[in-house]
Design a protein around this ligand. Structure first.
Ligand SMILES: Nc1ncnc2c1ncn2[C@@H]1O[C@H](COP(=O)(O)OP(=O)(O)OP(=O)(O)O)[C@@H](O)[C@H]1O
Ligand SMILES: [Mg+2]
Length: 481
């Protein structure tokens, strides 16, 4: 069964049951009220009959019936089909003589003697034994006593049950109409409510369908705070996560494709050069005086190829944790001095000068060769992208004993988007920056990044386009057990 119908059925069952319970309760309550009203009315008649027709002696005894007053009352009550009977204290009927009137049982008489008024809903006994013109009645039997408490007379006043039933029927009829109308309204309400809930679930279902088809730009609207809204909120979170991972998968795929293309491209250039030179040498197309130079060029290109392959292998090894780091506590100043010596020639060529702010007591906990590799790459980049500028190397141990080393240059800098991709393999912020003198292939920073990570540290870059760049490496101290 469809959810809509299930919900409707549930709503309708609740509303219908409530209506039935209320209907029965109301019908019983009104029946009781009608009977009570009738008895009250009949009691009033009995009182006035007693006052007008029963003659009581001064000693408080039943003396007889005043027929004139009685006929008067009888005429009045006849119009409303009310009949009455007067009994004397011996339980014999004093009025009317001719008609059939119910006799009062011994038990009832005992109650009456005690001053209790008896009310009856319908006298079935009377119904069975009566003549044609006697129909079922509801009646009241009321005793009248003198001051001493002795019974004077008993008056029974009855009215046909049909009078009461007429009223009851009217009420039941109205109740039925009310019942039908509210039944109809409840169906409409049940349908509306069910439709509303189902439409909300439907929205989520449609959204899930779209996601299944690869459309992650979905947001299910949430207004309230109920379970369906909770589901919609969770669903939206799920859509966001799915979108993110989908983007990441696409990005990785893109990077993989670029990597293959870049690797092929990087290798093709030296291979083409070597191939050309080899052909030239084979066919003696290169003049004797240029041969030496050609061989030198081939040697350089081969070295470049070897470096490229080695760097790639190195990167993969570090990335997949295949390298073993032999970490020690090493003074940073010593390493920086060595590196400056190595790079001094290049720096002089680029008219760059070094500024070093590293105290002798600054200690780094790292693998010596790998730490040198990190600093070498960063410093080499600084020289490469700075002309006629300053390269500042600063290092200190912070309060947590981390070693913080920053290398700043006053070179060409990078834009925000260029900085974002700097740790990617083969990334070159601007291909036109390519300076074959250093054999740039965009692997340096990717390797540095992996090495810093392998040391449990972090590296951040801060750069302003046209102003300069700062790399800050933070390496943690030796762990104490
Ligand atoms: N100090 C810097 N100033 C400006 N740009 C930089 C700096 N360092 C790196 N970059 C940019 O980041 C890119 C990636 O640097 P990375 O060291 O990985 O590659 P590379 O220097 O081009 O090649 P490789 O280091 O593999 O020889 C560089 O090509 C350059 O565009
Ligand atoms: Mg580099």
């Amino acid at each position: 069964m469809k959810l809509l119908y299930q919900q409707m059925l549930a709503f309708f069952a609740v509303i219908f049951t409530t209506l039935i319970v209320f209907g029965i309760a109301f019908s019983q309550f009104s029946s009781r009220m009608i009977y009570q009203d009738t008895w009250k009315q009949l009691e009033g008649y009995a009182d006035s009959v007693f006052q007008q027709s029963v003659v009581v002696s001064t000693s408080g005894e039943f003396e007889g019936i005043q027929i004139a007053g009685l006929e008067n009352s009888e005429r009045l009550l006849e119009n409303q089909s009310v009949h009455f009977t007067i009994y004397n204290k011996q339980n014999t009927i004093a009025y009317p003589k001719a008609n059939f009137s119910p006799t009062i049982s011994a038990a009832q008489w005992k109650k009456l003697k005690n001053g209790e008024t008896i009310t009856r809903k319908s006298d079935r006994r009377l119904n069975q034994a009566s003549s044609k013109n006697h129909r079922p009645t509801t009646d009241i039997i009321k005793p009248y006593r003198n001051q001493k408490g002795d019974l004077i007379a008993v008056i029974s006043v009855g009215s046909p049950v049909s009078n009461v039933e007429l009223n009851m029927r009217k009420i039941r009829h109205n109740l039925l109409i009310a019942f039908l109308i509210s039944g109809l309204v409840s169906i409409i309400i049940a349908y509306g409510l069910a439709k509303y809930s189902v439409s909300r679930i439907d929205r989520i279902r449609k959204a899930a369908h779209k996601i299944g088809k690869g459309n992650f730009d979905i947001k299910v609207p949430t207004k309230g705070n109920d379970e369906i809204d909770g589901l919609a909120t969770d669903f939206n979170h799920m859509a966001i996560s799915l979108k993110k991972s989908d983007e990441e998968i696409k990005r990785q795929e893109q990077r993989r494709r670029e990597f293959l293309a870049d690797a092929a491209h990087e290798m093709r250039t030296p291979l083409t050069t070597i191939n050309g030179l080899l052909e030239g040498l084979t066919y003696d197309a290169i003049p004797e005086e240029s041969r030496e130079e050609s061989l030198q060029l081939m040697s350089n290109e081969t070295k470049r190829l070897i470096r490229l392959v080695n760097d790639n292998l190195d990167y993969e090894k570090i990335r997949t944790n295949q390298i073993v780091l032999a970490c020690h506590s090493i003074p940073v100043s010593h390493i920086v001095e060595n590196l400056m010596e190595q790079l001094q020639k290049k720096a002089t060529e680029a008219k760059d000068k070094f500024v070093v702010q590293v105290g002798d007591d600054v200690i780094v906990y790292a693998d010596y060769d790998r730490f040198v590799q990190i600093l070498f790459n960063i410093m080499q980049n600084a020289i490469q992208f700075t002309n006629d500028g300053t390269i500042t190397i600063e290092a200190h141990n912070d309060k947590d004993k981390n070693c913080v080393i920053s290398i700043s240059d006053t070179g060409i800098g990078m834009s925000e988007s260029q900085m974002k991709n700097i740790w990617e393999r083969y990334y070159k912020a601007d291909p036109s920056r390519k300076n074959t003198k250093y054999g740039e292939s965009g692997l340096g920073m990717a390797i540095v990044h992996q090495l810093v990570k392998a040391h449990g540290g972090e590296i951040v870059v801060d750069s302003t386009f046209g102003k300069g760049t700062t790399f800050t490496v933070t390496l943690p101290p030796q762990k104490t057990e």
